[in-house]
Design a protein. Sequence first.
Lengths: 249, 204
Amino acid sequence: MNAGAHDAEQLTRYLLGELTGEDEADLDARLLTDDTTWMALRQAEDALVDDYVLGRLDHARRARAAARIAASPRLGERVAFSRSLHAIAAARPLPRSSWSARAAGWLGTRSGRMALVGVGIAALLLALAWPRADAPAPAPIVASLVLPPPTRSVGAPSVSIAGAGALTLIAVLDPEEVHPAYRLRIVAARGAVVWSADRVVGRAAAVEAVVPTRALAAGPYTLQLTGLRSGQGDIDLGSRDFHVTAAAR
Amino acid sequence: MLSVAPEPMPGDVDAAAWTALLDFLGGGRTDRGAAYVDARRRLQFFFEWKGCAGAPELADEVLNRVAAKLAAGERIHTGEPLRYVLGVARLVSLEAYRRMGKQRSDDGVAHVANDDGGERIDGERRLAALEACLESLPARARELLVRYHAHDGGRDAEHRRQLAEEWRLTANALRIRIHRLREQMEGCVRSRLDADGAGPRGGR
């Protein structure tokens, strides 16, 4: 069989032990002797690990993948890396999205530039006519804290807050925890809710919130996370402990 | 050319067998060590996805047996050394299944409980290491890697097509670029965690 004839699904089936007979034997041989297939299989492994992390495998495939991952420290490392990569990709602002790329292309045309001038003039007139409001500038981000899923956490992470502003709080989710939106509550040691947010939209396998640092004195806290499911009721996603070791109020 | 000095093989393989193995795998190439490392890596992958625990050790076992046969003067007639190696690997995988007291089960897995690798390492430290590694990449490469995975975890075909177009790559070249960047970042994270004392981990 030609290496190019191996589609992604067939390679995934091979990795999960779903091929038998000649098909399996053929890929066994190509794994060892054909560089193109070897590269394609490593890419298929990337995709399979991502699908595992993002909860995209059906029950049977998830079980097969989990068994192989459990038997291999290298695959365990790859799963952990994939979790981190998706958490960061979900949390980072995108430098240039596809819609902005298309918009940039359109603005390069004559009609686009004319429209831009028109919008600019309208915005200027509106700004001059609008009553001046003292809209507060967004608080500067002075610290960030990433909270792993409870099952992965070795201990309560800590953060030191330098200066007044805001703390970026990122909670990494287990794949089973991914929902359309979330409710977040930060509870102090004595049980008082010091900050909360509703209908926070997550991205991929993480949910991110910006918390004013004035809400957080030095001490232990718990982030309580609830998944909001349309029509199915809310679901408790557990809590993550963290410490604020020094806080500027 | 990859300049590699493989570690001495475990077991009872002597220097003559080791040289014979390198000659066999290298097939006249000057970078015989690289051929050994490549074969071992592929064998490890083979055993891992067959669901065998201890894949690095099984890969070594395969190469030890081939080396022993060569040292014993057995003439192996094959145009492709790794085809012969595969035959030995299949035998070793069957023995591994037997040792574990089971045939390949319905899900194709014969495994024993193992630790779950990197999951033991504090997720925050791993994230911090990856952040630092990403910062070490050229901005354009970093942007590509993050954007590829930010949109639906990299599985949205239309998003990938747009990225390929924007980076002036074919779809296949984009996949290879992403794979190599991931490998580079995984290596970087591993080095940082090892340096911090979180590792090292075996089996690579």
